[in-house]
Design a protein around this ligand. Structure first.
Ligand SMILES: Cc1cc2nc3c(=O)[nH]c(=O)nc-3n(C[C@H](O)[C@H](O)[C@H](O)COP(=O)(O)O)c2cc1C
Length: 338
């Protein structure tokens, strides 16, 4: 049966916004027979348009976008959190803006661009797009994928008429795709989640979260996934744009575990546990993107200063397996024995 994502190997490079996903990483993954996703989140429409133009020669590829959020942060809680973080920022020579910034990550402009300059695949995260957006993308020949974390979210995406699902396990590094940021994390392994989703919908499934090697790929395919996505495993690759501070932390034995926290951006994300998480997680309000904007300069300064204790060190549970070297080796190793 033809796969939704056309690639020689059933291995996907998950989109990783904020630097790690680069055109060079996408090209290396495509060259090795995998299917690359580009990360459209955080980019201005201009930078996004240039990225899409640069990606066309790859042939098969996907573009990922963040959806607008409908729950503004509580302003009182936000102000309190900004005050709490002020000394952290001051330690890095940064001043925080105490006024919450709520934006839509330029979703309407990015959607317009993708309708004018269509790409093979678009995936979305942080909820579901409007039905009109799904239809418009499909009309220009684009396959639309929705990211989901539960069978109920999968059923809602199916009802919307998307072409496929990105099923993200709780093991995954970076932001959770869950529709409700404050929802309780389901304690279910990714293969079990894939099996549960497959009983609710017949849509093709791309499964990602905590995959560390070929056995994980085989398990997910046996569970009903069409293709398997990896993010964390690519973070230390030569072609990735991960900051040196983040890269080093992933290999540093001082970091021993990952946790899910909304203390950096207001939306739950899996990261290496560091001092910032220990100090601020219990006090952090939910509220994406307001907290993302609040802490962005602080985090940028931490990355520049080589301070891993104040940086959001996104990492999945399998972070110990992330190696340096060419991305092509990671892709080929994952597909070994298929
Ligand atoms: C650094 C980083 C950035 C990420 N950025 C995005 C993103 O922009 N959009 C998205 O849908 N998922 C994003 N994710 C989640 C991945 O798409 C994917 O679900 C996850 O990496 C899979 O689990 P793994 O990291 O254990 O391989 C990110 C993950 C990481 C580690």
């Amino acid at each position: 049966m033809a796969r939704l994502l056309e690639s020689e190997l059933p291995v996907v490079a998950a989109p990783m916004a904020g630097g790690p996903t680069t055109p060079a990483l996408a090209a290396a993954v495509a060259g090795a027979g995998g299917f690359p996703f580009l990360a459209g989140g955080y980019l201005s429409p201009e930078t996004f348009a240039a990225l899409v133009a640069e990606a066309h020669p790859l042939g098969g590829f996907g573009v990922n976008l963040f959806l607008p959020q409908d729950r503004p942060v509580d302003r009182v809680a936000f102000r309190r959190y900004a005050e709490r973080l002020a000394p952290e920022a001051a330690a890095l020579g940064v001043t925080l803006d105490p006024v919450p910034v709520e934006d839509d990550d330029a979703w309407p402009a990015k959607l317009e661009l993708l309708l004018a300059d269509p790409v093979p695949v678009v995936s979305t995260t942080f909820g579901l797009p409007e039905r009109t957006a799904v239809r418009a993308l499909q009309r220009v020949g684009t396959a639309v994928l929705a990211s989901v974390t539960t069978p109920a979210e999968a059923a809602a995406a199916d009802e919307l008429g998307v072409d496929g699902l990105v099923v993200q396990g709780v093991e995954a590094g970076g932001h959770s795709a869950r529709f409700d940021p404050g929802a309780v994390t389901p304690a279910i392994s990714l293969p079990d989640l894939v099996r549960a989703v497959r009983t609710t919908t017949g849509l093709p499934v791309i499964a990602g979260g905590g995959v560390t090697g070929p056995a994980g790929v085989r398990d997910l395919i046996a569970a009903g996934a069409e293709t398997v996505a990896v993010g964390t495993l690519l973070l230390r690759c030569d072609e990735s744009g991960t900051s040196a501070t983040h890269r080093d932390a992933l290999a540093d034995p001082a970091f021993t575990e990952t946790v899910i926290t909304h203390c950096f951006t207001g939306r739950p994300a899996r990261a290496l546990r560091n001092d910032f998480v220990d100090r601020h997680h219990p006090a952090a309000p939910y509220g994406y993107p307001a907290l993302h904007h609040l802490t962005r300069d602080l985090r940028r300064a931490a990355a520049r200063a080589g301070d891993p204790q104040r940086l959001h060190l996104w990492a999945g549970t399998g972070f110990r397996h992330a190696r340096s070297g060419p991305a092509a080796e990671v892709v080929r190793a994952l597909a070994a024995g298929l």
